[in-house]
Structure formats: C-alpha cells, structure tokens
Ligand binder design. Structure first.
Ligand code: HXC
Ligand code: NAP
Length: 272
C-alpha cells in the first residue's frame, strides 16, 4: 500500500519510533521515511532495528538504530542524545514499544506485572518526558503519538497489565496535550484493533480457532494491515492534522463497537 500523504509531507522532520524493528513500528518507520523524515528506531533487539535501517536506506532514506530498553531512563536519555548527535533535533516521537501476554490475573507474578507496565506505561513516560524536554528547548514544537489499543474502552480480561497501562497512556495523552500546548507540542493516540503482526500472533491470537473468530466477528471481516495503522499515524504527525490534539483515533474496522444486541437486526429477512 502506498502512503496516502503527498510526497515530502514529513520532509526535514526527525522521528523516533520505539519498537521500530518489527510489526506496526517498522511499518511506521518505513512510511515516515518515504515521506521524507529521518528516522531513529529504538528497541532491545539491534538486529531487528538494523534490518529496518537497511530497508529505509534501500529506499533512499536516512535512519539510525539504537539498542534501547525503554524501561531504563538512562538508556532513553542515551537514545535522545544519540539522535541529537546524528540528526541535530527531534520533531516526532512515536511511543509504539509494548509487551503483552495472555495470563490469568490471579496468577500474575510481581515481575510479570512490572514487565508489561514497565514497558507500556513507564517506558512511554520516560521517552515522552525526555524527548519533550528537547522539543521545549528547541522551541519549534513537536508531535507525539502514543500507540494504545481499543481495549482501553472495553477492558481486556486476560491481558490486564497491558489494558491498565494503555489506559494510563490514554490519560497521559489527554493531560499532556493540554499542558504542553503552550510549547506547540501536539500529543495524540491511536488505538488499533487486531493486526496480525508476528509477535501478536504468537503472544495473543495463535490459540485454537481464535484467529478465525476474531476476523469473522469484526464488522469488516478481517484483521487490520500494518500499513493502515502507519498511514493514520503519518496523518496525525503531519501538518494536515495541526488542529488535532489530545485525540485518540480508533483504527479497528468497528470491532470494539460490534457488541450491542442491535447488531442482530442487521440480518433481518426481507419484508414479506
Ligand atoms: C505469565 C509471564 C508470561 C506469560 C512472561 N511472564 N510471559 N507470566 N504468562 N505468558 C512473566 C515471567 O515469568 C516473568 O516473571 C516476567 O513476566 C518477566 O518475564 P521476562 O521474560 O523476564 O521479561 P522480558 O524479557 O522483559 O520480556 C517482556 C515480555 C515479553 C512482555 C514478557 O513477552 C516481551 O518482550 N514482549 C515484547 C513483544 C510483545 O509482547 N509484543 C506483543 C505486543 S501486543 P517471573 O515472576 O517468572 O520472574 C500488544 C497489544 C495487542 O501490546 C492488542 C491486540 C488487540
Ligand atoms: P510487536 O511487533 O511485538 O512490537 C512491539 C515492539 O516493542 C517490538 O519491536 C519490541 O522490540 C518493542 N519492545 C518491547 N519491549 C521493549 C522494551 N522494553 N524497550 C524497547 N522496546 C521494546 O507488536 P505490534 O503488533 O507491532 O505492536 C506495536 C504496537 O501496537 C504496540 O504498542 C501494541 O500494543 C499496539 N497494538 C497492536 C495491536 C495488534 O493487534 N498488533 C493491537 C492494538 C495495539 P524488541 O523486542 O526489540 O525490544
């Protein structure tokens, strides 16, 4: 799928994308690079990040891979310093890194809770605060997009640490959008529905006939594509979305809405 924005829509922008070595984050990195942005991808596995960088360079773009665990503030600070050294500034942050697994809540260990909440809530905060300090010092504003999930609206039995942390990130998004508007920093979120990336298929969707059920119960009858998520994200950080601040864009085919009993009236037999 090609980008929906005009060529050069992100020209001269420098974007950090956490979790940019796989799945949705990789698609965002490739798409932003096509639109002219210089890219930093940051996560734990350098080999995945380097593959993203190679793909960006192969399409004529510029990118940097930085091994970073977002749970560690010192590593996040290093990510920001190295970005400034290489590209001179930071305009865009996409908080996409996440961890998740399905477990009975009554059996979760303290470490299990901390692993997910540490990545999703603390990691998003560490990256957001550290990058925003640079954006404020630069004086030229900035754009932050937090990747959450539609289960912030519904809750998520079986993935409670992720649901609780993502709901915290939604509140962080709304709070900072107002607090930092004076610095011209726009803070928004996207809430994807199910997208069959390699890791989510392994961690969440792989069991039994779950994959088929999730697809068939979606109003559009399928999973989302990574490019559908990356295109919406590109729009949110572009100047076309200059008046969008503190919003959460749901991208799920209508999945989370599809549970009222009125849905059964969709298939009424024809009038006699
Ligand atoms: C119960 C589990 C577990 C599981 C790990 N733990 N997996 N507990 N059930 N399936 C526990 C471990 O036993 C340990 O606790 C603690 O969690 C930390 O585990 P580590 O393996 O040491 O953690 P770490 O190496 O930091 O890895 C973090 C991770 C891992 C989250 C556990 O899965 C990961 O790195 N994931 C990244 C990729 C990912 O998850 N992508 C999917 C994103 S999908 P003890 O007590 O034993 O020490 C998503 C939303 C999808 O976010 C929405 C769909 C609609
Ligand atoms: P993914 O491929 O597993 O992406 C998650 C990324 O986070 C990985 O690249 C991983 O890289 C990185 N990461 C994990 N722990 C990290 C840490 N401690 N520090 C730095 N980076 C870390 O899954 P995805 O499907 O593309 O998900 C991307 C985003 O979309 C996530 O925020 C997820 O919650 C959200 N989302 C996905 C779906 C879906 O159905 N796919 C639905 C709703 C929301 P490393 O292993 O290299 O660290």
């Amino acid at each position: 799928m090609s980008s929906m924005l005009p060529e050069g829509a992100l020209q001269n922008q420098v974007a950090i994308i956490t979790g940019g070595g796989t799945g949705i984050g990789k698609a965002i990195a490739l798409n932003f690079a096509k639109l002219g942005a210089k890219i930093v991808v940051a996560s734990r596995k350098l080999e995945n990040l380097e593959a993203t960088v190679a793909a960006i360079e192969a399409q004529g773009g510029e990118a940097l891979a930085l091994a970073t665990d977002v749970r560690d503030m010192a590593q996040v600070q290093n990510m920001v310093e190295r970005t400034k050294e290489r590209f001179g500034k930071i305009d865009i942050l996409i908080n996409n890194a996440a961890g998740n697994f399905v477990a009975r809540s009554e059996e979760l260990s303290v470490n299990a809770w901390n692993a997910v909440v540490g990545i999703v809530l603390n990691g998003t905060w560490f990256c957001t605060q550290t990058v925003a300090k640079e954006m404020i010092a630069q004086g030229s504003g900035g754009k932050i997009v937090n990747v959450i999930a539609t289960y912030v609206w519904t809750g998520a039995p079986g993935t409670v640490p992720s649901a609780a942390a993502k709901a915290g990130v939604l509140s962080m998004t709304q709070s900072l959008a107002v607090e930092w508007s004076k610095y011209k920093i726009r803070v928004n979120a996207i809430a994807p529905g199910p997208v069959a990336t390699e890791n989510t298929t392994r961690q969440l969707f792989g069991g039994g006939n779950l994959f088929e059920r999730i697809a068939s119960e979606n109003p559009v009858g399928r999973f989302g594509e990574v490019d559908e998520i990356s295109n919406a994200t590109a729009y949110l950080v572009s100047d076309y979305a200059a008046y969008i601040n503190g919003a959460c864009l749901t991208i799920d085919g209508g999945q989370w809405l599809n549970k009222g009993y009125l849905q059964y009236f969709n298939d009424l037999p024809p009038k006699p």
